[in-house]
Design a protein around this ligand. Sequence first.
Ligand SMILES: *Cc1c(COP(=O)(O)O)cnc(C)c1O
Ligand SMILES: [Zn+2]
Length: 436
Amino acid sequence: MPSRLVCFNPSCARQFPIDAVLYECPACGGLTAVDNDFNQADASLWKRTWDERRLSREPLDVSGVWRFREMLPFVEDPAHVVTIREGNTPLFDALPAASYAGVDALQLKHQGYNPSGSFKDNGMTAGATQARRLGMQRVACVSTGNTSASMAAYAASAGMQAVIFLPHGKIAYGKLAQALEFGALTVQVEANFDQILALVRELAARIGIYLLNSVNPFRIEGQKSIVIEMLDQRNWVVPDWIVLPGGNLGNVSALGKGLRELYQIGAISKLPRIAVVQAAGSAPFHEYFERGFQAPFRPVRSPETLATAIRIGDPVSWPKAQFEIESCQGVVASATEQEIADAKAIVGRCGFGCEPASAATVAGLKNLVAAGTIPADADVVGILTGHLLKDPDYVYHYHTGGLTAPDGTKLQPTFGNAPVVMPNDAAKIAQLLESQ
Ligand SMILES: *Cc1c(COP(=O)(O)O)cnc(C)c1O
Ligand SMILES: [Zn+2]
């Protein structure tokens, strides 16, 4: 049976053809999801096929998403696939981060090594592929930065026009630079993310552009590959915990779905537990979890955090995220601005670094170990979502002691590494080096 779209709301569960252009269920307004038929799946054959493709030079096989295309059966014609060699990201042993967080060992899957520098590429390749299948000329998104950078890259590569809506003034320059360089029409609106999303949903319906926001269920399909590739790298040894940051909650929805599907086809024999970490100033899902997921879900009106990628007060995917957290007995944690900033510097000491939102992974892990939720001997994989150079301003200000939290508090450069200004004097510089 071919893949279909379904309404995610269990009391509705209506079904739609896979090529219907829907961002929400027309009957109940619920989120839509891709429903795949894995009845004919053969996990051991598929794993062998995925291994064999490593010897191939075909673009689909070289992609870290499409190498696993049996798990994304919504694509009926491979000619529709838009790929720029996404995925294939490293799984690092991260000793400094492990000892900082208080665990014996920690692996970090670094999605910042994607072509546009964040995990958004894992999803965007699938979203752009669906756009091409639908014959779309124009794609659009609202973004805190990385979605727009990624969408602009894929649209340019597929010959589509990209239209990007950004909150005015609250974006990291690395991300804006990418969108401009890739030729996207970039509209800065004087409103916050949640308000602009409502605006663009109206525009999409009015003038026929394809929306590639994280509500787009095909992006969720692509992001499943993050856990598929990670498990492939671990030779299918399932970790006890997977820790990742949460903003709009699309990624936790994707990782949870991917893991459930791998379990369903027999590729793994248990589900890892997932821990989502939110920035304390933008933590509606954490607050909801703390209330035992008792309705109603309460958005945060003025979300604040320097980790702009997770500065989301009204995360659209919370019903899916709740389902995934409940399915794997996961947890939701939070981390303060200081904790995120310090954890980020520690990830830097591992030799790769990450952007602020990604550091919530390590900061949240530390808090969960301190609280006794995650034991020190647990087998933990953390997801780093974006590249260090996405937000160089933050890095510079942290190390030079000039980083100020949104509430005006000065953050401490606990692991600061400020540059040293010296005169042009060999003796003095030699003295400095010897004193280190
Ligand atoms: C988008 C993004 C997130 C948040 O992911 P959601 O799917 O919105 O929860 C976290 N970190 C980075 C770097 C991102 O770009
Ligand atoms: Zn519905």
